[in-house]
Design a binder for this molecule. Structure first.
Ligand code: CS2
Length: 510
């Protein structure tokens, strides 16, 4: 029986595996992280692991808002796990940064105590776009069921926003203002939006608290980046073979990783600057470029790739018509929407090189990144990744064809899932599937209804140029699909029609 990874079995690991080089038992927690999913464990926990070598009580208390699965998996192994860098030169790191794992349902008191503890100087979050409970205008959505519940019973919050406000209220009473709240999600102006949501929530319960938060607590913006596929059983088996120990939940990611953090803190931080984290006063350029160039093409690959029968990013990029669409979308529609207007140290940031590097990252044959995973939460992701670019391009009279092709592919994705009566991993799942059913799964009718969702499309829901372009692309995609089916052609030979009319000058731009 293979032994489990644990502090006691660390000495059994080969020299090639990097291990924590600080005293795990003697090092305390200075960070509470909300949402310790795969990305947190591959990215922020990795940087913190490396920073711990420079000293300080900076281990992490991870808080799962919904599921106990992580705590159950890592608990028996002292919360250690393997992080495997899967690239031409693979690496394996044992991460010990996570000292404690709690779940809101069972450990509420411990969690609040950790958040209020004077030793806690940083709260980080990866709760995904939907975890901020924002409306289409970027403000706190007071109609969100979790926010409504938390405003009624603020002493037992179920939202991350409500939990943070509860903790800050107690820190205000104790006079512990030296804490920084750091969003690490793919949300534009993530720190600003989190601060707004927290302050708006606080003002509804105690205006003096809202004032204190605004005056004392920093919410720096960040850009986070590293492609981190979900852990599959085959990967777990490979890790057990490599380690000679069992790891209930190892993590894998590409070698590329980047963390850009606004240099705006209310208190101390780990030696992140010594281990590759970039601190700057202007994150927005990095963040916008990454959200649009990487995440925008990721979502495009997901919905178009799934429509055309592809399973992974790598497989989709090996399809010439899809790769050409991504490259044209970057060149004609996404990169031109980004102006490197930042003067602080970004002027050597070449957007075209950055875009091409991201295409190369998608072609990493070691990374099995499921399109179905990227397709999650489309109603929450598309606004930041695609629609903001559409808005800028409409204003500047640039093409929006391929951006609208991505939206069209999402509409057909929703229709296909609804028709198969398959759950859509999205907060709007029930509404989306009910809408598709209400129009008897007619793509054109469904597209019309989906685009009228102002909670997702805001003012674009009444923009005729945008809506007509998406409708046109739905028709084109359906046409291509029927051609593939009629030709009985292999999926690899997707006809090179994805960009039909794609470079026609935008007619009738408002
Ligand atoms: C992906 C992101 O699943 C998704 O939505 O687009 O998780 C992406 O892999 C990361 O942002 C890369 O930094």
């Amino acid at each position: 029986m293979t032994k489990p990874l644990s502090i006691a079995t660390l000495p059994l690991l080969s020299e090639s595996v990097s291990k924590p080089n600080y005293d795990l038992n003697a090092t305390g927690c200075g960070i509470v992280h909300i949402g310790p999913g795969a990305f947190h464990r591959a990215h922020q926990a990795y940087y913190t692991e490396k920073a711990l070598a420079y000293g300080g009580d900076w281990r992490i208390h991870g808080v799962s808002m919904r599921s106990a699965s992580l705590k159950d998996a890592l608990g028996p192994q002292d919360n250690l796990y393997a992080l495997c860098i899967v690239d031409n030169e693979p690496e394996t790191h044992i991460i010990g940064a996570i000292k404690t794992l709690s779940t809101l349902a069972n450990d509420r008191e411990d969690i609040v105590a950790a958040l209020v503890n004077k030793q806690t100087k940083i709260v980080t979050l990866t709760v995904t776009e939907k975890g901020y409970c924002l409306n289409a205008q970027g403000h706190l959505d007071t109609d969100h069921p979790d926010i409504k519940a938390d405003l009624v019973t603020p002493e037992t919050p179920v939202s991350a926003v409500g939990l943070i406000v509860q903790a800050l209220a107690q820190r205000k009473q104790a006079g512990y203002a030296d804490i920084t709240i750091i969003s690490c999600d793919n949300v534009s102006d993530n720190g600003k939006k989190l601060q707004k949501a927290v302050s708006e929530f606080a003002n509804k319960t105690d205006e003096s608290l809202g004032q204190w938060i605004s005056e004392n607590i920093a919410f720096p913006c960040t850009m986070v980046d590293s492609i981190t596929p979900a852990t599959e059983d085959s990967f777990k088996a490979n890790v057990a073979t490599e380690l000679g120990l069992t790891d209930n939940w190892p993590i894998q990611r590409e070698s590329f990783t980047q963390w850009v953090v606004e240099d705006n803190f209310s208190g101390p931080r780990p030696a992140w600057d010594k281990v590759g984290v970039t601190f700057t006063h202007n994150v927005s350029f990095f963040e916008k470029a990454k959200l649009r160039i990487l995440n925008g093409t990721h979502s495009t690959l997901a919905y178009i790739g799934l429509l055309l029968g592809k399973e992974t990013v790598y497989e989709a990029m090996r399809t010439p018509a899809i790769k050409q669409l991504i490259q044209t979308m970057l060149k004609e529609e996404i990169v031109p929407s980004l102006v490197n207007d930042d003067t602080e140290g970004n002027n050597d940031f070449d957007l075209n090189v950055y875009a091409q590097d991201i295409v190369k990252r998608y072609e990493n044959r070691h990374i099995r990144h499921l399109l179905s995973q990227i397709a999650w939460d489309g109603s929450q992701k598309i606004p930041f990744r695609i629609l903001d670019t559409v808005r800028d391009n409409l204003k500047a009279k640039r093409n929006i064809d391929l951006l609208c092709t991505a939206v069209a592919a999402w509409c057909l994705f929703v229709n296909n899932k609804a028709r198969l009566d398959e759950t859509i991993t999205d907060p709007l799942d029930e509404a989306l599937r009910a809408t598709a059913k209400s129009v008897n799964f007619q793509p054109d009718a469904l597209t019309k209804k989906l685009l009228s969702l102002d909670t997702m499309f805001a003012e674009l829901s009444v923009n005729n140029t945008f809506k007509e372009k998406v409708r046109e692309k739905v028709e084109l995609l359906l046409n291509i699909l029927s051609q593939i089916n009629n030709d009985n052609s292999e999926q690899e030979s997707v006809p090179n029609r994805l960009m039909e009319n794609s470079l026609d000058p935008l007619k009738g731009t408002v």
